[in-house]
Design a binder for this molecule. Structure first.
Ligand code: TYC
Length: 113
């Protein structure tokens, strides 16, 4: 938005005497979109490794991490957190990198909420 002031013509403005009233308009503030970070199940990544990932990169305590790991194991996928685009991208990168370095096929993705 450029100007936050607009003038509203008054009833007697028809003769160009410029007696408009300045009226404030609000600048539209759009909240940035949020992204869900998803963890996917597979048949090979050890459960303890997934729990460790959730503790290390998502700040979950052991009980929370274990619970989410079990949800992924049973249902195939779970949301592990919701973040800005940049933070979500960083988390996905960290998880994928860590899994690859340990030669586990664990997959982590993000999608717009
Ligand atoms: N299904 C895996 C196993 O039985 C455990 C697992 C859980 C793997 C969650 C990935 O995101 C995952 N060892």
């Amino acid at each position: 938005m450029t100007s936050r002031i607009r003038t509203v013509a008054m009833a007697n403005d028809e003769d160009d005497t410029d007696t408009g009233v300045a009226v404030k308009t609000r600048a539209k503030t759009k909240r940035p979109p949020l992204y869900k970070v998803l963890l996917l199940n597979d048949d090979y990544t050890p459960m303890e490794f997934v729990v460790h990932v959730l503790e290390r990169f998502f700040g979950l305590n052991h009980a929370q991490a274990f619970e989410i790991m079990l949800t992924v194991h049973k249902k195939g996928v779970a949301v592990v957190g919701v973040f800005s685009h940049e933070i979500a991208e960083t988390k996905v990168g960290q998880v994928m990198d860590f899994a690859r370095r340990h030669q586990h096929p664990l997959q982590c993705t993000m999608e717009k909420e």
